[in-house]
Design a protein around this ligand. Structure first.
Ligand SMILES: Cc1ncc(COP(=O)(O)OP(=O)(O)O)c(N)n1
Ligand SMILES: Cc1nc(C(=O)O)sc1CCOP(=O)(O)O
Ligand SMILES: [Mg+2]
Length: 355
């Protein structure tokens, strides 16, 4: 007898549900190393496999993957729709919940009341786990954006006449993993076009992309982060606008601002200007090493040191504990961006030996 098509749906939904749980389980295990949460997901997956063993062996008989129209749809769909790890986590929570809802409906239609109740209780467990995932994994992923040595920023007026696109391509070829788009005098349309292109390039290279000032632009182009200053919109308002998965960076220039940034929910802070800089017009006086050392000792947030940092002084910054360092014109103004990046990395790799 041909099995009911409902079994075919259940087969697909069971796989979808367990695959989604596995993705989440691995992310929690390896990103924030949250063993308890990872284990809770694993237990749920095992209990679903156990409770549905009889159903699964019937459902697999209804499987016909070669003729599944969904396969054609996913093959032709837009590649890389997810904009980062946080999006992957959120999408997989939804995937598991939807699969469980579908299983529940099919079980009801096939008059399997016990399984129907089981799937419903699993779905409610996932709602609870999703809340914990959003509270632990997503902020960790957002803060991870600074988990790199160099933070590059565009500056078309200091780029030897090269376009931002050209400069970003060279940055990517130099294996710079984090780039911010910062332009003060271009129209919104120009900024939008450039950011769209830079988002595409950075994604191709697997690098992170942050937009300065404009949270709406960051959203439109699917950036990984937005960077705001003390006079920009407050972090809480930006968070409301951009949602949970986008990182928010906040410039700080004093211990008071750093403490406020911590309370504000910013994912990372800019610490500067360490030295004098002419790149930012309305910048305050250099904060020097005192403020940098204060942040290293007292502020449990990722930070990036910025302002006047060049090849000749970067070791002074690194040896005081800055692990992520931002150089704007030193990189955009270099004739050979790849060569300059190597020079910077060479110094950073020797920082322990420099006095
Ligand atoms: C990484 C990083 N740190 C600091 C800043 C400066 O931001 P802000 O104070 O808002 O000034 P402008 O860059 O908007 O002139 C930054 N952009 N990036
Ligand atoms: C954009 C920016 N923000 C700063 C801050 O201290 O918040 S300093 C700065 C410009 C840094 O450029 P350069 O590396 O060319 O000196
Ligand atoms: Mg700003």
């Amino acid at each position: 007898m041909t099995p009911s098509p409902l079994y075919r749906i259940m087969d697909a939904s069971l796989n979808r549900c367990c695959e989604g749980l596995r993705v989440l389980e691995d992310m929690l295990r390896f990103v924030p190393e949250d063993v308890a949460l990872s284990k809770a997901l694993k237990n749920l997956r095992h209990s679903i496999r156990k409770e549905t063993a009889a159903l699964a062996s019937r459902a697999v008989k209804a499987r016909d993957s070669e003729n599944d129209p969904g396969f054609v749809i996913s093959q032709n769909g837009p590649p890389g729709k997810r904009s980062g790890m946080a999006d992957v986590a959120v999408a997989n929570c939804k995937r598991v919940q939807e699969a469980l809802r579908s299983l529940e409906e099919q079980a009801a239609a096939l008059s399997m009341p016990e399984l129907c109740l089981f799937f419903e209780s699993c779905r409610f467990q996932v709602y609870g786990l999703e809340k914990r995932i959003l509270e632990t994994l997503i902020p960790e992923i957002r803060r991870n954006i600074l988990n790199t040595d160099i933070y590059a920023i565009t500056a078309s007026e200091h780029s030897r006449g090269r376009s931002n696109i050209d400069v970003v391509r060279q940055m990517m070829d130099a294996d710079i993993r984090l780039v911010q788009y910062r332009e003060k005098d271009k129209s919104l349309r120009q900024k939008y076009e450039e950011c769209k292109e830079i988002r595409k390039i950075t994604k191709d290279y697997g690098a992170s992309f942050v937009v300065n000032d404009d949270a709406d632009l960051a959203l439109m182009v699917g950036a990984d982060g937005v960077h705001i200053g003390q006079d920009d919109w407050p972090v809480s308002a930006v968070r409301e606008l951009v949602g949970e998965t986008m990182a928010i960076g906040l410039s700080t220039h004093s211990p008071e601002q750093a403490a406020a940034a911590l309370a504000s929910g910013a994912d990372y802070i800019g610490v500067g200007p360490i030295f004098e800089t002419r790149t930012k017009k309305d910048v305050c006086d250099p904060v020097g090493f005192t403020y940098l050392e204060h942040v290293v000792k007292n502020i449990p947030l990722p930070f990036v040191a910025i302002g006047g940092i060049k090849v000749h002084n970067i070791h002074e910054v690194a040896k005081r504990g800055a692990r992520c360092i931002c150089l704007v014109t030193e990189i955009t103004g270099a004739e050979d961006i790849g060569g300059k990046t190597k020079e910077i990395r060479n110094i950073l790799s020797k920082k322990g030996r420099l006095t």
